[in-house]
Ligand binder design. Structure first.
Ligand SMILES: [Zn+2]
Ligand SMILES: [Zn+2]
Length: 253
């Protein structure tokens, strides 16, 4: 049967990349400027879109947490400048990340990157510039990488790098595998991170006086992974004060 002319102009039905419901009719505003990020968010249905727990107004100006933050008050030395997280890591966000980790789905990847883009734009506002020299990511231990098949932090970082035209450079490697973080107390986590990562000396460090580097990870729990990576990146640069490291994380637990 031929299609009615009116159907040519009706919005096409599109399945939400997360839940499969129709995503065509949603017109709510999207809090991100980048066109590809906006496009990715429009592939969500209204209900999925509304359920994103954006951290639009961070209370902690250092780590971008939505609540008052004892961790940043307590920490005496910090190697990263500031960090921003896109969302709170609630049960729904846990499901979305699990969906991505186990399916490795490109569509879900573009949605998670779009959420990271929200954090990137907030980071530029908080840092009062968008002059970054490189993006890098927190590496997985080799055995973890082999189990999972890909490093989600690296994949999100690569895509974000393409969107904003900031070069992606692998700079860190993970030396040993740590036990699951949630099983430990905060203190033992901080201590355990020492000696976990190494940074390759990049020509960036010899060519640029104060390279500003964005370090990407999926989840911020205590900030000790981020801070340890920032520490070794700074050690790899010419002196402890040269490189500036900015954290960018998809979710804040
Ligand atoms: Zn949906
Ligand atoms: Zn904080």
């Amino acid at each position: 049967m031929p299609l009615k002319i009116s159907s040519w102009f009706a919005p096409a039905k599109r399945a939400c990349l997360i839940c499969g419901r129709d995503s065509a009719q949603v017109t709510a505003s999207i809090p991100i400027k980048h066109p590809e990020a906006r496009q990715a968010i429009t592939s969500l249905c209204g209900s999925c879109r509304q359920s994103i727990p954006w951290i639009a107004h961070p209370v902690c100006r250092i780590c971008g947490r939505a609540e008052r933050c004892e961790d940043c008050i307590r920490r005496q030395t910090r190697y990263y400048s500031i960090s921003r997280c896109a969302v709170r890591y609630d049960d729904r966000m846990k499901d979305w990340l699990a969906l991505y980790k186990y399916r490795g789905n490109e569509g879900v990847e573009s949605i998670l990157t779009a959420m990271l883009a929200f954090a990137y734009e907030r980071l530029c506002e908080a840092a009062a510039h968008s002059e970054f020299h490189a993006i890098t990511s927190v590496p997985l231990a080799p055995e973890r990488l082999q189990d999972r098949g890909f490093n989600q932090a690296e994949r999100l970082a690569l895509r974000l790098s393409g969107w904003y035209g900031v070069e992606y450079r692998p700079m860190l490697s993970r030396l040993r595998h740590t036990e699951k973080q949630s099983l430990k107390t905060r203190r033992s986590r901080v201590v355990d991170m020492r000696g976990n990562f190494s940074a390759a000396t990049s020509e960036l460090f010899s060519n640029v006086a104060s390279p500003r580097i964005i370090l990407i990870d999926d989840i911020y729990t205590t900030g000790s992974t981020l801070d340890e990576c920032a520490r070794v990146l700074k050690l790899a640069s010419r002196s402890e004060t040269t490189a500036e490291i900015y954290g960018l994380l998809w979710a804040r637990s």
